[in-house]
Design a protein around this ligand. Structure first.
Ligand SMILES: [Zn+2]
Length: 473
């Protein structure tokens, strides 16, 4: 460990986050500014998330494909709105093979354009629809403000791209995948989220509608966890995607795209971590159980090590690691595995073996009990489930405690700027009123369906519906 202690989570959350992602060995710095190396422990978390999401993507009728990293610059320019949103973030290759390229290549900021180019080739008739493709990839957006996992120049994600004969079908697709994301966030990452539409100014530039799911971090700032878009018909027009419909006429398909990134890991670290380090939800933790044999110095530890191996075998339903390192004290091992957020720890020494028990503790600090070895499988199974559930409940309680309903920005703006939190308020939907939020470093996060407040948070006009407002990452 390079650092003695993590920064105080209550006093300097930002520094704590920075410390924990490095100290727990999730990431390391790369030589290129803005890029991060995701180390094996971080990659193992991402792989678990990928496996869960990939299975659901396939179960909902999508197929995986791979598209090139390089996109002709003219492709990006084809969709004007798209360019406006991306222009400063693009990384462009002008030279290759020892000479200047005839047409510069963009390192993909998203794959919409290249995939739509291919869709135009693949979609000819209504029989080719729906076309439902997913792509696991990395993308590049030249970021200025950086934070590991949350905002990085290169990041990993999946992007789904689909084409449908009718707008209704496309809309259903957008909502289906949004719901899959909500399921992933809440039931696996144990992060409560709010879903809803983005405002016109906050939506993806190439979209007709952007749905988001948002989480609130312990420092009171919101994280956009992922998005699902109903794309504008402009994409189909620009890339000349046309199909012959059942009536024999040429028509434009309705397109969607949806993506979730390695940012989910950052949100998970922030949501659950504590002063000791990471706290990982069992369902995505690379190591669910760590067994620490209490080894005696200069003594025969063979019986203890034997019992520990049998115990590991018994717990083969879980991802288990045995820490047999003889050079470290049990205390140092506890520190290490707590920092890494392993949900369940089992300690077992010679005296426990005599009594046919082991000490089982959870990472939440709620239980530490002596459990009969005969009963330990059942106990650990139940404990992993209950840790998963408790983590979600804790996060949900915090979300509810930091959710405020207020009428006027003039009254709640300063408080929001200082303490953060979700603010539910009314909005006339005028972007001019929305701009007022920036004075308090806040943005609209998503539109809510209900209307509980009569007036706009800023002007005297009627509210169209409630909106959720917060500072954000
Ligand atoms: Zn207004």
């Amino acid at each position: 460990m390079s650092k003695e202690k993590l920064a105080d989570i209550k006093k300097d959350f930002s520094q704590w986050y920075q410390d924990v992602v490095y100290e727990a060995e999730l990431v390391d710095q790369a030589p290129v500014r803005g890029c991060f190396v995701i180390r094996p422990y971080g990659t193992a978390i991402w792989e678990n998330i990928q496996n869960i999401l990939d299975a659901r993507i396939k179960a909902t009728g999508h197929e995986n494909a791979s598209f090139p990293l390089f996109i002709p610059q003219s492709f990006i320019a084809k969709e004007a709105e798209h360019v406006e949103g991306f222009a400063p973030e693009l990384a462009i290759v002008t030279h290759a093979g020892g000479k200047e390229l005839e047409e510069p290549l963009v390192v993909r900021p998203t794959s919409e354009t290249i995939i739509h180019f291919m869709f135009a080739k693949w979609i000819k008739s209504w029989r080719d629809l729906p076309l439902k493709i997913n792509h696991w990839a990395n993308v590049v957006r030249w970021e200025m403000r950086l934070r590991a996992f949350i905002r990085t120049t290169e990041f990993f994600w999946q992007e789904g791209h689909t084409a449908h004969a009718t707008e209704q079908e496309a809309q259903e697709e957008v909502l289906t995948m949004l719901q899959e994301y909500v399921n992933l966030a809440q039931n696996y990452l144990a992060i409560p989220v709010i879903k809803g539409l983005k405002s016109e100014s906050e939506k993806f530039p190439g979209a007709e509608k952007t749905y988001t799911f948002e989480a609130l971090m312990p420092d009171g700032r919101a994280v956009q966890m992922g998005t699902s878009h109903l794309l504008s018909q402009n994409f189909a027009k620009a890339f000349e995607i046309q199909f012959q419909n059942k009536e024999g006429k040429m028509a434009l398909p309705y397109l969607t795209s949806w993506g979730a990134t390695t940012r989910l890991i950052g949100a998970m670290v922030m949501t659950h971590g504590d002063q000791k380090g990471l706290v990982l939800p069992p369902k995505v933790a690379p190591i669910q159980v760590v067994i620490i044999p209490i080894l005696r110095k200069n003594a025969d530890n063979s019986l203890t090590l034997e019992v520990v191996d049998v115990l590991k075998e018994k717990l083969n339903f879980a991802r288990v690691v045995v820490d047999k390192d003889e050079t470290k004290s049990p205390g140092a091992k506890f520190y290490k595995w707590e920092l890494k957020g392993v949900p369940v720890r089992i300690e077992i020494g010679p005296r426990d073996i005599e009594n046919k028990v082991a000490i089982v503790a959870d990472r939440l600090g709620e239980t530490k009990e002596s459990i009969a070895l005969d009963n330990i499988e059942h106990y650990v199974k139940t404990l992993l489930d209950s840790v998963q559930t408790k983590m979600f409940e804790r996060a949900k309680e915090r979300l509810e405690a930091n959710w405020h309903k207020k009428e006027k920005l003039a009254d709640f703006g300063k408080e929001m700027q200082k303490s953060g939190g979700f603010y539910q308020t009314g909005w006339c939907r005028d972007p001019e009123c929305e701009k007022e939020l920036k004075k308090h470093q806040a943005f609209t996060r998503c539109l809510l369906e209900e209307k509980t407040l009569a007036k706009c948070f800023h002007c005297d006009k009627d509210s169209v519906s409630d909106v959720l407002v917060a500072k954000s990452y």
